[in-house]
Structure formats: structure tokens, C-alpha cells
Design a protein. Structure first.
Length: 605
């Protein structure tokens, strides 16, 4: 899986740095304004075109679908301390879709690179960094729980509101009931639905891939609906949307098993798949706008059968299940939330342990990862002289810490680009600096820090209202040797830069074969697989890049020009390339579209 927002590389924490490549520097720029304490409210939803038209940014999203905010850093940043070159950030650029289908959020790149005390000595100048809107501190969490507003269908709800006004608002925005899923368009004009009679492969040119099938979304209510996750396993492509989980045969798009109906809105889903092919879906515990995201349902991707079901129990006064994150490591499901997390056995649903605050209440959990390693982020000593962030690796069976790494005061752990190897992205808001650190295997010791003065642009999301989505970045991929990051597109093609994990320096770079951005997706069979984004007049491409040799992109699929508007129209999307097929799906429905909205599109040879 990719370690899916728009983020340039971050740098080290420290001493003066020697300049590198002259093309990576520039004149001093104006100082950017300070970021706000929290994310701006989302605007009401605008009507969203359906089939064949580009999507508009969704108005509201849940744990995996917050709309992208342009960010407070619209101005070019000043040069960093010690005479470092300025870092041009991505702020003020058009929003880019985020990971896992989330609309991307600016990651704060544009901060000068700096090394924190105790880190490796004197790295060269660094690139920009990113910033999440939440500090993970008690005061901010309480404020969010009391004052956060939800925008839905043009009406604004305060989480603390009640009485008749609340009932009227909810009634106004209930919207239509979900309809049955539309039949699949196999791409040859023989399907049903709004676009079912459209031959999506008409006019396909030699060498272009073909549309294997196209799927329209179920009708969503006017307030919109989440469609988190996309999983391709054992010949089945599975998608969660609104109140349904749908499974399709990868070759034909025909339903693999009957649609799974859930009683309330889906609000979260695990990115990872368990060892025996299962995922976890969370849905709301009621119909009200402030209903908790506290109902868990295990689903077998191969058969479509439901596994165990459980309601999440909140732990303590400030714990909240308003939004959650779900991660899987081995047989352990971790349900992360505002100040704690609960681990369950994937195989049986038994509670394994609760991840609570540590150090007599001064450190609170602030996010978890899944995959190869269960990592826990901690926010410690809020509003005290000892305020700092930490990260730990936990034993997924017991919850005991294998190691702990502390960061100096002022440095915030924003994202985890990779768990194996462990690659961390941090920012320092006060100093307007960022850092990307790689740890040694199985240890808290630093292996390297990125020493590249470049404006990178992976795509990341905010996460939920109360949750820091640590793995919410796409476009940042690592293997045992390199960290691969995309540069921000300005004019012409962008590049992917391979940064050596032992040195933190750029070893090689490759230019996009198109005038659109090329984004790392995943490692497969020792090759880097990347997605070249479509334009309105040309289809996207899937390419492979060898880590050694000439690094020339090899085309795996070149999608047809005839469906470029559909492909380019997924604003909030999830993508994957599995067994020679490319899949793209939305992760947010606006609910205000005229006609059917896009759900999923599959290409192949």
C-alpha cells in the first residue's frame, strides 16, 4: 500500500547546512502568516456533476474525507535560519486529491529544513514541511468537542446544540433514502444506469488500455456521504459507500456477492487487510448529525460475509468516538480516537488491551499506524515547559512499548510515511521548519534525515475531527534503500526524487513522461509503480521505474483519451494497481449531483 497529502520533503533539526544543487535554492521570500489553530469550516456543498464530468470538492467528509483546504501559507516563505535557502511551499496551489480518497490538505511544506538538537550533525539545506491542524492536546480536544461545527447540506450544526432547532436542522438534511446500487457498465454500451448505454471504449487508440467496467454510485442524501477505502484481493474489488459495502469481480465488474447493507452511515474503514482477507468497517450509532462513529463490523472480502460486530467503549472523560481511525497489524485491530485506543483480536473480536495515557497522565495517544508495525504517537506535557511529542512501537499482542523516541519541544509528529522502514514527517510551527527522519530497523535510533532542498508534494488528509490520521499520505513510498517523493508541479512535468535512506541525500530523479504530475503509488516486484495523472485531453498512465539502471519510466497502462474526463473527474479518490489492472474510486459523495455520481472505474489490457 502507499503511505498515502501534498507534502514536500522535510529536513533535519539543527545546525547550519551546506548548500547543494544550485537549482534547489532561490531568493528570500516574504514570511508566511501563522497557521490557524484548527481547520477552516467547509463550505456548503455545490452541485456535483455526475457521469463524465469532473467532480467538485465535496462539502463535508468524515474520518476519511475532509475537504481540502487551501491552507494558510499562500505566501512564499522566508529563507531559513543560518542562511539556508528559502523553501517554496505548495500553499496557494490548486487542491490535490488526498490519500485513500480524502481530499488532500496542505502539509505545510515551505518551512525551512532544520535539525533538532541531538540529531545527526549538520545536514545540508532542507525542503519544505507540512502541518496538521490539530495539536493533539487536551485543551484543543476539549475545544473541538464543545465547539466543532459540522457543515452538512448548507446548514451548520453545533455539536452542543439541542432542542427544537437541532431537530429542525436534522429533518432538513435527512435527504433521500439510499437506493439500490446501479448495474455495472461493462464499458461496451451493454449496461444499464445513467451511463450504461455509453460505449466507453469507442474510439480507443492502439496501445491504449480499455475500460473493463465503470460503476455509478448509489444515491446519497443531500448532506453527502463517505465512501472510504478500496480493497482488491483474490479477484474481488471491494468498495464501501454510504451504507453499503459492494464487491465486484475484477475482470467483469459483475457483483461478486450481494451488497452488504449497514443500518447507518459508514464513517471509517481500515486501510489494511487482515492476514485472512478481512477488513473492518465503522458506521454511526444513530441518525443524528453528532452520532458517534462507534459501531464496528468485520467483513470478509472474498465471500462478502459479515464477521463479528462490536460497539466501541469510550475510556474516560475526554475520550470520544465522534471520529475514529482503524488500523490492522497482524491479528490486531487498533481503534484509535482522541486520547486513547482499544485493540481487538481480528480473528475473534476479543479485547486485547487499551492504549491509555502514560507518564501519570502527561502523555496522550495521538494516532496509530497499521501494517508491518503498530506505532503509537503521543502528545506530552501540553501547555507546560516539557511539552513534546513521542513515538513508540507497540507489541500488537500486548500493547507494551518496544522502544520510545522523544522529540524536542516544538516539534510535532504529523505523519508516518512508512512503517518499514520507519519514516517520520515532523514540523516546527514556531520556527516554520520541517523534518523527515528515518529510523534504524527495530530501534528509535536515527538512521538519516532528509537533506534535500526541494519542494515535494505528496498528498495528505487531515484525518477526522478528533483523530490524527498518521498514515493519511499518498505519494510517499519507501523501500529498503530509498524514499521516493514527488516534486510539486509548477510548469511542465514534475519529478520523482529517490532519497537515500542511509544519507538523506538525493541519489537520482526521474521526470514525468507527461506534462501532468507523476505520483509514487507502491513498490511491486522490486519496482516503483507510479501514477501519471490525466488531463482533460489525455488519459492517465501507470508506469514502473527501476531503482537501478536508467530509471526510465516503463508504461504499464496508458488509459484512453476518450475517458480522460471521467478519470480526471474523481476529485476525492483512492487508486490502486493490482495484477495488471488500474482501479480508481471516489471516497466522498456530494449528494448534490444531478444524476448519478461516479463510484469506481477499472482499466486493463
Amino acid at each position: 500500500m502507499t503511505q498515502p497529502p501534498n507534502q514536500p520533503p522535510h529536513g533535519g533539526f539543527g545546525a547550519p547546512q551546506d548548500p547543494q544543487d544550485p537549482r534547489q535554492s532561490g531568493p528570500p521570500q516574504p514570511q508566511p502568516p501563522m497557521p490557524p489553530a484548527g481547520p477552516p469550516q467547509s463550505p456548503p456543498p455545490a452541485p456535483q456533476p455526475g457521469y463524465g464530468q469532473p467532480q467538485q470538492p465535496p462539502a463535508q467528509a468524515g474520518a476519511y474525507g475532509y475537504p481540502q483546504q487551501p491552507g494558510p501559507y499562500g505566501q512564499p516563505p522566508q529563507p531559513g535560519p543560518y542562511g539556508q535557502p528559502p523553501q517554496p511551499g505548495p500553499y496557494g496551489q490548486p487542491p490535490q486529491p488526498g490519500p485513500y480518497g480524502q481530499p488532500a490538505q496542505p502539509a505545510g511544506y515551505g518551512f525551512p529544513q532544520q535539525q533538532y538538537p541531538g540529531g545527526p550533525a549538520a545536514p545540508p539545506p532542507g525542503g519544505g514541511g507540512g502541518k496538521s491542524p490539530f495539536k493533539g492536546k487536551t485543551a484543543v480536544i476539549i475545544g473541538a468537542a464543545v465547539a466543532t461545527l459540522l457543515v452538512a447540506g448548507g446548514a451548520v450544526y453545533a455539536l452542543t446544540s439541542g432542542g427544537d432547532d437541532k431537530k429542525k436542522s436534522e429533518s432538513k438534511n435527512k435527504g433521500p433514502k439510499p437506493t439500490a446500487s446501479a448495474p455495472v457498465n461493462p464499458g461496451d454500451g451493454s449496461g444499464d444506469g445513467h451511463a450504461g448505454k455509453e460505449d466507453l471504449n469507442e474510439g480507443r487508440q492502439a496501445g491504449e488500455s480499455k475500460v473493463l467496467w465503470y460503476k455509478e454510485a448509489p444515491k446519497a442524501p443531500g448532506k453527502g456521504a463517505d465512501a472510504p477505502g478500496m480493497w482488491v484481493e483474490d479477484g474481488v474489488a471491494v468498495k464501501a459507500v454510504y451504507k453499503e459495502v459492494l464487491g465486484y469481480e475484477v475482470e467483469s465488474g459483475k457483483p461478486k456477492w450481494p451488497a452488504i447493507k449497514l443500518p447507518q452511515d459508514i464513517c471509517a474503514a481500515s486501510r489494511q487487510v487482515s492476514e485472512d482477507g478481512k477488513v473492518v468497517i465503522a458506521y454511526k450509532g444513530g441518525t443524528k448529525s453528532n452520532a458517534n462513529c462507534d459501531q464496528l463490523q468485520v467483513i470478509d472480502l472474498k465471500t462478502g460475509e459479515k464477521g463479528w460486530k462490536k460497539q466501541i467503549k469510550e475510556e474516560g472523560l475526554f475520550d470520544s468516538t465522534l471520529s475514529i481511525e482503524l488500523t490492522i497489524t497482524g491479528d490486531t485491530l487498533m481503534v484509535g480516537r482522541s486520547q486513547s485506543g482499544t485493540a481487538y483480536s481480528m480473528s475473534g473480536g476479543d479485547e486485547l488491551f487499551v492504549s491509555r495515557k502514560k507518564d501519570e497522565g502527561t502523555c496522550f495517544p495521538n494516532g496509530f499506524t497499521g501494517g508491518d508495525r503498530l506505532l503509537r504517537a503521543l502528545s506530552c506535557g501540553a501547555s507546560t515547559p516539557t511539552e513534546h511529542d513521542e513515538i513508540q512501537e507497540l507489541d500488537p499482542k500486548t500493547g507494551k512499548a518496544k522502544w520510545t523516541k522523544k522529540f524536542p519541544k516544538g516539534w510535532r509528529l504529523n505523519k508516518v510515511y512508512s512503517t518499514t522502514p520507519t519514516v517520520l514527517y515532523l514540523t516546527n510551527e514556531d520556527k516554520k521548519q520541517w523534518n523527515i527522519t528515518t529510523l534504524k530497523p527495530g530501534s528509535s535510533a536515527t538512521r538519516s534525515e532528509v537533506r534535500v532542498n526541494e519542494d515535494f508534494a505528496p498528498e495528505c488528509g487531515w484525518g477526522g475531527i478528533m483523530v490524527n490520521d498518521l498514515q493519511g499520505c499518498s505519494g510517499a513510498v519507501a523501500d529498503d534503500t530509498y524514499l521516493y517523493l514527488p516534486t510539486k508541479k509548477t510548469t511542465g512535468a514534475n519529478e520523482i526524487v529517490a532519497i537515500g535512506l542511509n544519507t538523506g541525500k538525493a541519489n537520482w530523479r526521474v521526470k514525468s513522461p507527461s506534462d501532468t504530475s507523476m505520483m509514487p503509488m507502491k513498490m511491486a516486484d522490486g519496482q516503483l509503480v507510479a501514477y501519471v495523472k490525466p488531463s482533460y485531453s489525455s488519459g492517465g498512465q501507470v508506469v514502473s521505474i527501476a531503482p537501478s539502471g536508467s530509471h526510465t519510466p516503463k508504461t504499464l497502462l496508458k488509459n484512453p483519451e476518450g475517458t480522460s474526463k471521467i478519470e480526471n473527474g474523481f476529485f476525492s479518490k483512492a487508486i490502486d494497481y493490482v495484477d495488471g489492472r488500474f482501479y480508481i474510486s471516489t471516497t466522498r459523495l456530494s449528494g448534490s449531483a444531478q444524476g448519478r455520481e461516479k463510484l469506481m472505474l477499472a482499466y486493463g489490457k
